[in-house]
Design a protein around this ligand. Structure first.
Ligand code: GCO
Length: 438
């Protein structure tokens, strides 16, 4: 043991829509991703997630693999429409039973289960009523959280409410490139506000039970300006406010970053008296998820944002299979930045990984994680309250609109047999964790 990061806990994150499969089994209702993937042109390789990695049947194998690698946390998400097929109303007991099995198995073999309550797969029935655009969804979310609390919080102590609200709403309700494929400023404004408010209410509900640690997972993208010209610097501030502050600062009591991001004015008609006050909640931890860096320049002709991205290709920087600039330095940057909000607040890297292409030799991923460890070392040296890191992800899976082409897993999967095989990174990590474990 030679590092100051030995106390950090390592785990893994997965998400229901990307792994479970079993889309119509045992009473599960459809989610917006079931509907979206039927429009085949929406998914790059024309695939869907009906089988995915079949975590539904193979959860034991995946949990065993995680244990074998030396991981201590298994973060998974609940498919809302598996436990409440219509998103509201009658409960699907078989859905509850499935998650009970996952939780109990984790506890039996000695890995800590963490729950994400919402990782983007809204029940289709709720979308039919407007989805996040409709304020009534807040009540549905509260009821859903109460159900999860009643069934699972006796054994699950760590909870993440929303996974990356900005990506979920930005891609799904503004750009239309993710389910439910809605576009436009009105959809965006209403959905962000309702989702963030729902999360605050969900937090209060879960905290009624003593001993739970309840946080949120936020997407963080380092934003730099293309030049030192004033208009580019301003554009960078605008995009930074959108990507890295909008879904965070209302909780800290700072409100929406209206000064830097004028489009926030559009939110006004959806904000009711008392909402901003209600939004102030003290999360037990921040889950930080950072994958990339973007460079932006001012572009007056782009509505609402007035900015364009200068693509990594133009900038000639290394990219992952997602087309994102490979930027492990972001970890240190964002951990420091969040620590500035409140140095005492525990921080987790609740997702961390890189997409490569289909090959067994993923040495590049090992190099990536070494750089991440380096960054974690530096922040721990500075006294930042980092608790641990959850990898994205265990098994190669359904990467949303990108289908199965980008491979984020440290374990590969044969598409026909669904058999799993540890990649080089998994062996390397196993070694690393066994020699660094406390
Ligand atoms: C996200 C989601 C994951 C993704 C991963 C890679 O951050 O977008 O949480 O579901 O698969 O981040 O894009």
């Amino acid at each position: 043991m030679d590092s100051n990061t030995d106390h950090l806990v390592w785990g893994v994150t997965i998400a229901a829509a990307q792994t479970e499969g079993a889309h119509d089994r045992d009473g599960r209702g459809p989610s917006i991703w079931d509907t979206f993937t039927k429009k085949s042109h929406k998914i790059k390789d024309k695939s869907n997630n009906q089988i995915a990695t079949n975590f539904y049947d193979r959860y034991k194998e995946d949990i065993d693999l995680s244990i074998d690698i030396g991981l201590k946390i298994f973060r998974f998400s609940i498919s809302w429409s598996r436990v409440l097929p219509k998103g509201t109303g009658s409960i699907n007991k078989k859905g509850i039973a499935f998650y009970n099995k996952v939780i109990d198995y984790c506890l039996e073999v000695g890995i800590e289960p963490w729950i994400t309550t919402y990782h983007w797969d809204l029940p289709q029935n709720l979308q039919d009523k407007g989805g996040w655009r409709n304020r009534e969804i807040i009540i549905d979310y509260e009821n859903y959280i109460t159900l999860l609390k009643d069934h699972f919080s006796d054994r699950v102590k760590k909870w993440i409410l929303l996974n990356e609200a900005i990506v979920c709403v930005g891609a799904g309700y503004f750009l239309g490139i993710h389910a439910p494929g809605k576009r436009g400023i009105k959809n965006f404004s209403a959905s962000i506000h309702h989702m963030l408010l729902a999360q605050a209410k969900g937090h209060r509900i879960l905290k009624e039970r003593k001993g739970l640690e309840v946080g949120t997972a936020v997407s963080c993208t380092k934003i730099d300006s293309y030049s030192n010209q004033r208009k580019d610097l301003k554009a960078a501030k605008r995009i930074d406010a959108l990507m890295n502050r909008l879904c965070i600062e209302p909780y800290i009591g700072l409100g929406y970053p209206e000064k830097e991001l004028p489009l926030v004015k559009r939110f006004k008609k959806f904000i009711k008296d008392g909402d901003m006050e209600e939004m102030k909640v003290d999360f037990d931890f921040w889950g930080i998820q950072t994958y990339a860096r973007e460079v932006v320049r001012s572009a007056w002709y782009i509505p609402y944002l007035g900015s364009v991205l200068v693509t990594p290709k133009k900038r000639k920087v290394p990219v992952s299979v997602m087309g994102w600039e490979t930027y492990p330095e972001g970890v240190q940057y964002f951990l420091e930045r969040f620590s500035n909000y409140d140095p005492k607040k525990p921080l987790w890297l609740s997702e961390c990984g890189i997409a490569l292409s289909e090959k067994e030799d993923d040495s590049e991923r090992i190099e990536y994680y070494k750089k991440i460890i380096n960054g974690m070392n530096k922040v721990v040296d500075k006294g930042i309250n980092l608790k641990g890191i959850l990898l994205w992800t265990l098994v190669d899976n359904f990467e949303w609109a990108e289908g199965y082409v980008p491979r984020f897993g440290i374990v590969s999967m044969d598409k026909k047999t669904l058999n799993r095989k540890m990649k080089k990174t998994a062996f390397w990590l196993k070694d690393y964790l066994s020699s660094n474990s406390v």
